[in-house]
Design a protein around this ligand. Structure first.
Ligand code: SF4
Ligand code: SF4
Length: 361
């Protein structure tokens, strides 16, 4: 396996210690030692030393959510997300992707998204059609909200309508490249997908990005690929917080006790934690998880549920358990993917709400 020197250094320098062991949401959900950063580094290091073949570790490489909790906790500064993503790229180049990943990648390349979906639900299609005219502001819904959780995409539109914002939604919105970046890392195909999105948003002054995974990709990962988007790219959470603060979005506090689930892409990658709290606090009474902001624990996503659904269910159940442990039964999310994962396993004693649910209630 041909790895860059930088990544090799991170693999070789990882001490395979226990310091990031306890915080891996996947490792905690499965209870398996292999689902930790240290085990993954050990596996890659064995491949680099030609002790085992790359194909032997690929299932394990795709069990990482790239949530960055281990990166955040590694006091020696090593980056398991970096070496995991580069291993995915190498497997793609060497033709050693697991079949179930190859299928998702093929869907991205041939259909435009990993799910292979082309149909949008009627409600969302109608809402989008109301915003087809060109304005200065583009609302980018993202693949998950468009094809897998269209009611959430619809609510995102309703919130901006409620605030009287004039905005556009693209009829055929390309994926930001976040899916390919997760599946095969920095491949030429990933860059091409990102450039397609860049072209699609050209001419807008402001691009409001609804999905935190897309926001992280466009605001941070694009720079690593050398892609510059001309528009002012803002997260949906920060845009809505400004609407609340300026009074354009009238807030009425329901007095409901809620706990806020920070999406790792906002809290760790973009270091944006307070705008969502501004919104939650305006509409409800905010409590914090014990692990919040940059310490947040990932609660699952839609993409990984395509190939490891049981584990994602367990990941989400554990986050609900965290809420119950501090006496909270209402979880507010700012990620369409986490909302979907949590909602899928929540029993009658727990309520999962999005920020939009709070605002539109
Ligand atoms: S990434 Fe850091 S904390 Fe985690 S096992 Fe390696 S050296 Fe230890
Ligand atoms: S990035 Fe997240 S899922 Fe992957 S090893 Fe680190 S803590 Fe676990």
């Amino acid at each position: 396996m041909i790895m860059s020197d930088k990544v090799k250094k991170h693999v070789d320098s990882c001490r395979f210690c226990w310091m990031c062991h306890h915080i891996c949401p996947v490792g905690n959900a499965t209870g398996q030692e292999r689902n930790t950063a240290r085990a993954r580094a050990l596996g890659i290091s064995l491949v680099n030393r030609e002790a085992i073949d790359l194909s032997e570790i690929m299932d394990n490489i795709y069990e990482c959510a790239t949530c960055g909790a281990c990166v955040h906790d590694c006091i020696t500064g090593w980056d398991p997300v970096m070496f995991t993503k580069e291993t995915r790229l190498q497997a793609a180049l060497d033709g050693k992707l697991p079949e179930y990943i190859e299928k998702l990648v093929d869907n991205c390349l041939n259909i435009g998204n990993a799910y292979g979906k082309t149909a949008v639900c009627d409600t969302l299609a109608a809402s989008k059609a109301n915003h087809s005219a060109k304005t200065d502001t583009l609302l980018l819904l993202g693949t998950d909200a468009t094809y897998m959780a269209c009611e959430q995409g619809n609510k995102a539109i309703k919130v901006l309508e409620k605030a009287g914002v004039s905005f556009t939604v693209l009829e055929n919105e390309p994926d930001s490249g976040a899916q390919l970046d997760f599946l095969i890392g920095a491949a030429d195909e990933t860059k091409k997908q990102m450039e397609t999105l860049k072209d699609a948003v050209a001419g807008y002054k402001t691009v409001v990005v609804y999905d935190p995974a897309d926001a992280k990709t466009i605001k941070q990962t694009y720079k690593e690929y050398g892609i510059e988007v001309d528009a002012d790219v803002v997260t949906y959470t920060s845009f809505v917080a400004e609407l609340v603060e300026s009074g354009k979005l009238e807030a009425k506090n329901s007095g409901k006790d809620v706990v806020f689930q920070d999406p790792f892409q906002l809290a760790r990658d973009l270091e944006e934690t307070e705008p969502a709290r501004t919104v939650v606090s305006a509409f409800a009474c905010l409590t914090e998880f014990l692990l919040n902001r940059g310490e947040t624990v990932w609660a699952g996503n839609i993409l990984m549920a395509q190939y490891m659904p049981k584990v994602i269910e367990e990941v989400a159940k554990r986050r609900i358990f965290n809420a119950k442990s501090i006496g909270q039964s209402v979880i507010v999310t700012a990620s369409v993917s986490e909302y979907t994962a949590l909602k899928a396993v929540a029993g009658d004693d727990v309520e999962i709400l999005s920020l939009e649910d709070l605002i539109l209630a």
